[in-house]
Each structure stands twice: as C-alpha cells, then as structure tokens.
Write a protein that binds this ligand. Structure first.
Ligand code: PEP
Length: 246
C-alpha cells in the first residue's frame, strides 16, 4: 500500500507572517491520514519546521555539490540543518527559469538521496509537446534522465506536472492524467522491478478544493503537488481531506 502524500509548493511566496497558515493547518490535521509536506522558500524552512507539527518541511531545490563557491545556492546539508526532510527537484519553473536539464536534476537528486533527503522529482510536458503528441515520450525521457539509479519507493516521489496546467487553472482530463500516471508506473516497474509499484506518483497542476476529489480517484494518483492552493490553510485543508477520503 502506498501512503498518500499532499505536498505544497510555496514557490517564491511567504514571509514570517504566513507561518500562521502553517500553524492553522497543523492544528486542523493533528493526526492526518495521509503524509503532509510543505516546501516554503529556503528563508522559511527553519521557522516553518518549528510550527509545522505533523507537516514535513522541504526545500524547493538544492545544489548537487556538498559545499563551495556556488553563490546563492543551497546544499542538502543546509536543507537538513534547517529542518527539511524533502526537496523538490526539477520543477518546471527551475527547468525554464534556470535551464535545468535532466542530467542536472539527476545529479541534484543523487546528492539529496545520498544525504537522506526524500527527492520529489517533477516531470511534465509543455502544451506544444502535448499538442504534438509527444507527451509520453517527453515524460519518459525526463523520468529516465532525472531519476537516479539509487531511487527507491522510500526515498523518491515522482510528480507529474503538465507545464501548461501549472498556475493556469487548466487541468488535463481524468483520462489524460490516468494515461500518464499509468505510463510512469509502468516505467518505474520496468526500471526498479517490484519496488516501482511502491513509488508515490503525485499529480500537480491547478489542483483546487473543487477538483481534488475527482483527480484523487484516478488510478495511480497517490496525492498532489499543489502550488497556489497550498498557501492558505483554508484551501489546502479541503484538498487534504479529499485525499484522506480517496
Ligand atoms: C506547482 O507549483 O507545482 C503547481 C502545481 O502549482 P499550481 O497548483 O498553482 O498549479
């Protein structure tokens, strides 16, 4: 049985004042029936971890190197030191804004796993790629190229996030989600054997309280990576409850 995971990505949002949302979320879910994770900006990881209760805290990126001359970057040890247990890697905004390649994402994931962090590896096609019938090819290439050989069901989560659905309010059809999640599952089993059945595969892209339940009913959807709707407890809570009920 895969334990479900509701993960929030705060992106470049949030200052100390927003920690009240996390305290409210923790108070509303003292014994959650699913795993909970919030990934704030690095500046908030430490303070969030103090008030997060049952909610795990993660980073949004890390460097592949342990330390050194990499101005503005953050290492896996720094994330752990601040209280993080997870790290999002290869988010489409990093791939676009910073030109991150599959090889770089994989190197970061290798560093994260070696240091005991759970890697949440993001993959997904652009609208052009979907309209060009390339979705499974693109997703398969990203999955193979970004996931380290050391990945296991315990240390790695895959997030399928169609780029065109992130922050746009557009969501793939349930059949489209099912097709891609089924494909990812099959690829994981091909590469990792029986353990491939244990990896959590999250859907991400405009998940909201109003569409969460139907998305969570799709087979091989083991939870969600949520951007905008994770910023407020009042929005994230019903998504968590929908996942608990699924
Ligand atoms: C994300 O940031 O990974 C994401 C899915 O964003 P949103 O939920 O806002 O579309």
């Amino acid at each position: 049985m895969r334990r479900k995971l509701a993960a929030g990505n705060w992106k470049m949002n949030g200052t100390a004042a927003d920690l009240a949302e996390v305290a409210a979320l923790a108070a509303a879910h003292p014994a959650p029936g699913v795993d909970l994770l919030l990934c704030p900006p690095a500046t908030l990881i430490h303070r969030m971890a103090q008030v997060a209760g049952p909610v795990a805290v993660g980073g949004q990126d890390c460097h592949a190197a342990a330390k050194g001359a990499h101005t503005g970057d953050i290492s896996t040890a720094m994330l752990r030191d601040a209280g993080a247990t997870h790290v999002i890697l290869g988010h489409s905004e990093r791939r676009t804004d910073h030109g991150e390649t599959d090889a770089q994402v994989r190197a970061k994931a290798e560093a994260a796993l070696a240091d005991g962090l759970v890697a949440v590896i993001c993959i997904g096609e652009t609208l052009e790629e979907r309209e060009g019938g390339q979705t499974l090819g693109v997703v398969g290439t990203q999955l193979a190229g970004s996931t380290p050989d050391a990945a296991t069901a315990a240390n790695t989560v895959i997030a399928y996030e169609p780029v065109w659905a992130i922050g746009t309010g557009k969501v793939p059809t349930l059949d489209q989600i099912a097709e891609v999640h089924g494909f990812i599952r099959a690829e994981l089993v091909k590469r990792f054997g029986e353990d491939g059945n244990g990896f959590r595969i999250l859907y991400g892209g405009s998940v909201k309280p109003s569409n969460a339940a139907e998305i969570f009913a799709v087979s091989d959807v083991d939870g969600a990576l949520v951007g905008g709707a994770s910023l407020k407890a009042a929005d994230f809570s019903p998504i968590i409850e929908a996942l608990e009920a699924s």
